[in-house]
Design a protein around this ligand. Sequence first.
Ligand code: FE
Length: 235
Amino acid sequence: MIFRQLFERESSTYTYLIGCEQTREAALIDTVKEEVPKYLQLLEELDLTLAYALDTHTHADHITGAGDLRDATGCTTLLGENANSVCVSHPLRDGDEIHIGTLTLTALFTPGHTDDSYSFVLKHQDQTYAFTGDTLLIRGTGRTDFQNGNAADQYHSLFDRLLQLPEDTLVYPAHDYKGWMLSTIGEEKAHNPRLQVRDLPAYVQLMNNLKLPNPKMMDVAVPANRRCGQALEQH
Ligand code: FE
């Protein structure tokens, strides 16, 4: 497997490149529009063909590169079916499998941060990788106070789904603001302060009292991301 964790500084976004060594097919998870030239360069340098550009959810803090990547490479773009995207190639459903050559990503519906949040799970050579979007962050969880977010849904996505993965599952989130790059399910269970709650009502209360400001780009990014990060076509 070819694997790269890429970082975009403005929005502190992690983008993941996953490639199959045998077929040279690749996927990019959570791309940023401004970084598309860099992704195209890296794909060429690593001799990879982009098969998929997928997003874990409709982002509020940056514009996706998915549409531009599809124009440049002919790749398929994927986003959860609840996103109401007018441009995505295929809407994702829980349990969908995405084949990248010999590798398989499984889509897990993990709503809560948004109502269209998905995580992606990959098993390779006895190791499980979880790309958790903004559902499970390192020592945090994604806010649930806008974009049809719901703290109770997130509680179930965390405790009933992601935390049920093997303890040694590698956790790769969509963002980090403090320089954390990688964790495991076991490490987050033990040390993530948001996961130390007693029960569902305690989690909902915690999440509903965060009082965070809206992201700077929210008004621009959300509508743009419903169009795969591209301007409306003029007719
Ligand atoms: Fe987000």
